[in-house]
Design a protein around this ligand. Structure first.
Ligand code: UD1
Ligand code: UDP
Length: 362
C-alpha cells in the first residue's frame, strides 16, 4: 500500500503535515512529491524545517509561470513520477494549481485520488482557486470534506454520497500541535518589537487583490484609515506576489503599516495568536485566526469558509476602504468565545483510515 502525498505551496505543506505525521507514525510507505510551485526559502524550506517534515522524495521544480504553463509542467512531471513509482493512492490538498495537476495526472492513470479539503466553494468562478477546487473534486474518488457545509456543496453538485467523507480540517491539528512548539521557540514578538494585543496582522496574496492596482490601492487606503482610527501598528509579512506588485504599481505603504519578510510557520503562529485582529485575504489565516480566537476581517468579496463567519469569528468586507474600517470597528472588540467550526482533532488519522479501508476493499 503506497501513498503519494502531493504538495507545492506553503498552505499545502502546513495542511498536509498532520497526514505525513500520521503516515510516519504508522510506518506506512509514502512518497512526498513537491511540485516546486513555491521555492523561495521563506515560502518553502522553512516549513519543512518548522514542521520537521522529511525531505521530498522528488521536487519537480516547476517554479512560477502563467497558469497553463505552470500546471502543464506539473502535469507532465507528476505523470512521469506516478508511472514510475506506481502509488495506490494520491493525496492532494486544497485549491492550488498543484492540486489540479496532481488530481488530473493520477486519475488519468487510474490511481485512486483523495482530495483533502474537498467541497469548499466561493461560487466565484473568476478565482483560479475555485476552478481548481471544482475540477479536483469532480475527478477525485475520495472527497475529504472538512465540514458538513463543504459536504453539502459536494452533494449539491451531484457528487455521489459514497465518495464524501466529513473528516474535519487538518489545520486544526497543524495549529494546536505547533502552537506549543512555537511557544518554546524564542520570542518572535520581542524580536519584531510587538506587544500582545497591540497590533493588527495583515496578509495579502490573492490574484484578484494584488494583481489589480485599483484593489490594492483601495486596500492600502483602508489600512491607513484603520491605523489612524485604532492607533495600532499593522504588521504585514509580505507574500512575494504582493511585494512584486507594490513595486510594479509604484504604491507606497501607509505610515502605520510595517512590511516584514514572510514568517516561518512557528513565528507566524505566535504573531497571529497574539494579534488584536487579522486583516487578510488568505484562506488559511481565516481558519487559523478562528481556531486561535483572533477576530478576522476578510479583504475579499466572498469566502469559501462561511463557517468562520457564521460563528462570528470573521467578517467579509471586500476592498472598499470604508467597509474595511467598519469591519475592523465591529470585529476589534471580539476576542474568541466562539466554538471552532472546523472539526475535531484527528483529521489526518481519519483520512489515512479511509484510504486504507478503501484500498483494502480494492
Ligand atoms: C498560490 C496559489 C494560491 C495559494 C497561494 C498560497 C494557485 C493558482 N495559487 O498563489 O491559491 O493561496 O499559492 O500562498 O495555485 N513567488 C516567489 N517565490 C515563491 C513563490 C512565488 O517569489 O516561492 C512569486 C513569483 O513572482 C510568482 C508569484 O509569487 O510569480 C506568484 O506565485 P504563484 O505560485 O503563481 O501563486 P501564489 O500567489 O503564490
Ligand atoms: N503563513 C506563514 N507565514 C506567513 C504567512 C502565512 O507561515 O508569513 C502560513 C499561515 O499560517 C497559513 C498559511 O501560511 O498556514 C497560509 O498560506 P497563504 O495565506 O499563503 O495561502 P492560503 O491559505 O490563502 O491558500
Amino acid at each position: 500500500m503506497r501513498f503519494s502525498v502531493v504538495l507545492g505551496t506553503r498552505p499545502e505543506i502546513v495542511k498536509m503535515s498532520p497526514i505525513v505525521r500520521e503516515l510516519q507514525r504508522r510506518g506506512l510507505d509514502f512518497a512526498l512529491v513537491h511540485t516546486g510551485q513555491h521555492y523561495s526559502y521563506e515560502m518553502d524550506r522553512v516549513f519543512f524545517r518548522d514542521l520537521e517534515l522529511p525531505e521530498p522524495t522528488i521536487n519537480l521544480e516547476v517554479g512560477s509561470g502563467a497558469h497553463g504553463a505552470q500546471t502543464g509542467k506539473m502535469l507532465a512531471g507528476l505523470e512521469r513520477f506516478f508511472q514510475e513509482s506506481k502509488p495506490d493512492v494520491v493525496l492532494v490538498q486544497g485549491d492550488t494549481n498543484t492540486v489540479l495537476a496532481g488530481a488530473l495526472a493520477a486519475v488519468k492513470l487510474g490511481i485512486l485520488v483523495g482530495h483533502v479539503e474537498a467541497g469548499l466553494r466561493s461560487f466565484d468562478r473568476t478565482m483560479p482557486e475555485e476552478i481548481n477546487r471544482v475540477m479536483a473534486d469532480h475527478v477525485s474518488d475520495l472527497l475529504f470534506a472538512p465540514t458538513e457545509v463543504s459536504a453539502g456543496n459536494l452533494r449539491a453538485e451531484g457528487l455521489p454520497e459514497e465518495r464524501i467523507h466529513v473528516t474535519g480540517n487538518t489545520i486544526v491539528d497543524a495549529v494546536r500541535e505547533n502552537l506549543e512548539i512555537a511557544a518554546g521557540k524564542g520570542d518572535t514578538l520581542g524580536a519584531l518589537g510587538l506587544r500582545e494585543g497591540g497590533y493588527i496582522l495583515t496578509t495579502l496574496h490573492r490574484q484578484e487583490n494584488v494583481d489589480s492596482r485599483d484593489r490594492l490601492a483601495n486596500i492600502l487606503v483602508g489600512l491607513e484609515r484603520v491605523g489612524t482610527e485604532t492607533g495600532l501598528e499593522i504588521i504585514w509579512p509580505m507574500h512575494p506576489r504582493a511585494k512584486k506588485n507594490l513595486e510594479t504599481f509604484g504604491l507606497e505603504l501607509p505610515s502605520r503599516v510595517r512590511a516584514v519578510n514572510p514568517l516561518g510557520f512557528l513565528e507566524f503562529l505566535q504573531v497571529e495568536g497574539a494579534a488584536a485582529l487579522a486583516l487578510t485575504d488568505s484562506g488559511g489565516v481565516q481558519e487559523e485566526s478562528c481556531i486561535l480566537g483572533v477576530p478576522c476581517v476578510t479583504l475579499r468579496d466572498n469566502t469559501e469558509r462561511p463557517e468562520t463567519v457564521k460563528v462570528g469569528a470573521n467578517v467579509v468586507v471586500g476592498t472598499d476602504p470604508s467597509r474595511i474600517v467598519e469591519g475592523v470597528r465591529s470585529m476589534l472588540p471580539r476576542r474568541g468565545g466562539w466554538a471552532c467550526p472546523l472539526g475535531e482533532s484527528g483529521a489526518g488519522g481519519r483520512i489515512v483510515d479511509i484510504c486504507l479501508g478503501r484500498t483494502n476493499r480494492g
